[in-house]
Design a protein around this ligand. Sequence first.
Ligand code: ASP
Length: 725
Amino acid sequence: MKIRLAFRLKIFALIVITGNAFSSVKAGEGMWLLSLLDSLNFKDMQEKGLRLSPGEIYNINHSSLKDAVVIFGGGCTGELISPEGLLITNHHCGYSRIQAHSTVEKDYLTNGFWAGSLQEELPNPGLNVTFLVRMEDVTNKVLDGITDAMAETDRSQQISSRINVIRNEAIDGTHYQAEVKPFYFGKAYYLFVYEVYRDVRLVGTPPESIGRFGGDTDNWIWPRHTGDFSLFRIYAGKDNKPAEYSPDNVPYKPKKYLNISMNGVQEGDFTMILGYPGRTDQYLTSGALEMIALKALPAKIDIRTERLNALQEEMARGPENRLRYASKYVGISNAWKKWIGVTNGVERSGAVDNKKKTEDTFKKWAGALPADPEGYAGLMDEFSRLYKLYKPHYLAYDIGTEMLSALELSSLMNRSQTMFFGTADSSEQVRKTVTDKIITMGENYFSNGALEIDRRIMPSLLRIYYENTDPAFHPAFYATLRNEFNGDYQLFVSDLFEKSHYTNQARFNQLFSKSGKAVSKKLSGDPLTNVYREFSISLMADAFGKLDSLNREINKLYRKYVTGLQAMDTGKLFYPDANFTMRLTYGKVESYVPADAVYYDWYSTLDGIIEKEDTAIADYHVPIKLKEVYVQDDTAPYAIDGKVPVCFIASNHTSGGNSGSPVLDANGNLVGVNFDRNWEGTVSDYAYNPEICRNISLDIRYVLFIIDKVADADWLLDELTLIKN
Ligand code: ASP
């Protein structure tokens, strides 16, 4: 009897384990396509609390939530919050625009900016917002007659030409733009039609001490107290259609804007996010994950550490330097810190081993198939074979390009030589104009501290590349470095800098005052140019050339792998990797346990800002006005039990690109603005883990509190629709 019971328990345990692994996506996991919500997710969303119909979220015949959500600039999300085209996104998404408007005298980064009226809103040439008009499954049109037996190059050529036709048909006679994107490694294709607005003005931003409170120290960290928002307004022509900037343009009247909930959230509440996650790689094999997260990222982290240290030194030289480098610094450090989180998260969550387990299960399943015409049984071995070839090329290319792009010299060399030789056959007048431009580029480079930064970081960068890549990709100059400079990177780089035309303004100007022939002769003897030339051959010709064809072959394997996984577990819902198309993710407000004996609550408050204040650390300066309001307890109607809510966490599966996305409650009202993830949770780009993955959002009531009490910009509040039960 006892034995039987134990046996039964074992069977039960097996069901639970396999059930967890394969039958449903984990709670909170998934970035879903909006047009499929009805058929795939709606029931589950309803059970979890949603009180809207799928048509209220996505509809192409009448307005729906999707009409209130935009791509902001090139890589963030934003949402409409008023009938007058007012838009909210993150402070870090508007950062470069705020920086561009800032001067030492009018330093909006430091002091914030609030327009007092429409007339005071600031135009941002080049900034766009993009609305999704509709999406359509065009798989059949793209893949009709295309088989897996075709060579991948033929396949992709045919597909590209069909995509062109579909795209052109979709926008024919309209002012729309369109793109067709592959999903599941080319198993499915969707068309997206967009409308782009080009007059977008800055309305308001809190000072950095609110919008970036906690700075790099707190970035990617929970608990968090960052007021990460900025406000912009979309302007349109008198017909409400997109128009280039003009003072005559008028505020855009959106099809849909979001109502704002004053009710806040509680632990366990349903939340959903609409937005544009940029990229995830959920289906990577264990070997690929190991290569990316445990080999390439650590080297790239080291490269960025060098860069950040050098930039910090430059920025400490004075306010002008700080403003000049602020946006660049923030961009570099954002990915740098994220990568550290990813490598830690991969190790902590055992993501590589978990993937190995899935692969073993897949192999067993495939091995037991009565017939295997697809060749699933040999798929994992085929992956291993290709990745073995792929890895040295990938590491050289990935680490090498990170290294070269870290040096401003790279772009100066590249651009000056392309421009100079590109106009070799042009008229004298054209050549003169181009030479003048090159001289100006040089002036900028030599006057803005970039040369010093390059000189400082180049020795370590060359070493990091060398130590983390296969000798087959070490350009010949490394032998010179070893033989003639005793392996001393510092000496080697000093010598390059002493002799090169690119490291001295007079030599640079002199070089480009010469004829084409003379310039090429001089460059062929220029030691720095030669280092670059050798790298270009190693990286572009050798590494990239091979990677390109291997990528196609690997892509084909992944297509097969996803098809196999779906066949293995027909009850499971699969979602495609993020590719910067609009997605919906849903989960709930949830605390978590980051480590043994540590519990992280799900929300933070203004009290925490006051606790964190440290006048000796720039990241923790608190503006006087915010402190005054706190001390006077002037916090109604935003405080709950005397505390002003600031941020909260939830289990919504997000990624880069979701910055600025609306966090909506069960009724579709705005409760927060997504801006980050917890550090270890960034592993969700490769393997979502419900125990540790959380997205971090700004509580919308903190936004209102700042606008109202700190910025005194209450004219803006009059535009909003606030909902209070
Ligand atoms: N803070 C992130 C970003 O910079 C958003 C995320 O990845 O969750 O894109």
